[in-house]
Design a protein around this ligand. Structure first.
Ligand code: ADP
Ligand code: ADP
Length: 221
């Protein structure tokens, strides 16, 4: 089953100095349950590709289908809903909210979606699944190691039960050993059915994926 499909997608950023073609006629199909590594030099269009899949932006031309929907035809509200209900994000810089404790950080997307808080069974199971000990649950993010913070970020990305998990250099700020722990966790989430699309420069990290897509100058190589 195809979950993401790019058909002749281009993304052009108009700048005063001239247009920047970030994606150049991209065709790409991703199936539900895939684990894809997106690789390529800096500036080649990797973040743009991820931003489009994440419904943070729409194509300049061509068609991008997410779960069968042509995202170019959706309203901003519909894009927000698609993103919130079906897509989780993980970043290099964890992006946790410093003033909230660990549980509050994990719950945050659900509070935005359902206007309810309270760490229920699902929330505790998720914290357990990512390997976060209960004694850390009321700590603030800065009191945790980088690897622990990324585990919290993964739990947060999964709280609304998205089918698609987008990861931009998820191990970029972690040492090799800690990064491998995070990749084992992502592998486990993929086995449980999540479709994962991950940007990485690191071939050892890309090796965890089942498929590698190389982008050069906005084109799939
Ligand atoms: P990568 O993630 O591979 O480093 P990006 O997708 O961030 O590549 O960028 C691809 C190209 O598009 C680069 O030339 C970059 O400068 C440009 N670009 C990316 N985002 C924007 C933006 N919001 N406005 C203008 N240019 C952008
Ligand atoms: P990465 O570490 O993935 O290569 P970048 O530095 O390319 O990240 O981009 C970080 C963010 O900044 C991206 O989400 C992109 O949209 C935005 N961006 C990149 N280049 C430009 C640019 N020239 N003008 C405006 N925004 C940009």
């Amino acid at each position: 089953e195809t979950i993401i499909r790019f058909v002749d997608v281009s993304k052009v950023y108009p700048l005063p100095a001239g247009d920047v073609v970030a994606l150049d006629h991209v065709d790409l199909e991703i199936r539900a349950g895939d684990f894809v590594a997106v690789m390529g030099p800096s500036g080649s269009g990797k973040s743009t590709l991820l931003n489009l899949i994440g419904c943070l932006d729409t194509p300049t031309s061509g068609t991008l289908y997410i779960k069968g929907k042509d995202i170019g035809t959706l309203s901003d509200d519909d894009l927000t809903r698609l993103r919130r209900d079906h897509i989780g994000f993980i970043f290099q810089q964890f992006n946790l909210i410093p003033l909230l404790n660990i549980i509050e950080n994990v719950e945050f997307p659900r509070v935005l979606k359902e206007r309810r808080s309270g760490c229920d069974e699902a929330c505790l199971e998720l914290l357990d699944a990512v390997g976060l000990e209960p004694e850390l649950h009321t700590h603030r993010p800065t009191e945790l190691s980088g690897g622990q913070q990324q585990r919290v970020a993964i739990a947060r990305a999964l709280i609304n039960e998205p089918e698609i998990l987008l990861a931009d250099e998820p191990t970029g700020n972690l040492d090799t050993h800690t990064g491998e722990g995070i990749m084992d966790l992502l592998t486990q989430m993929n086995r449980r059915g999540k479709t994962i699309i991950m940007v990485t420069h690191d071939t050892n990290i890309a090796a965890y994926a089942h498929r590698r897509v190389h982008i050069v100058d906005g084109r799939i190589a």
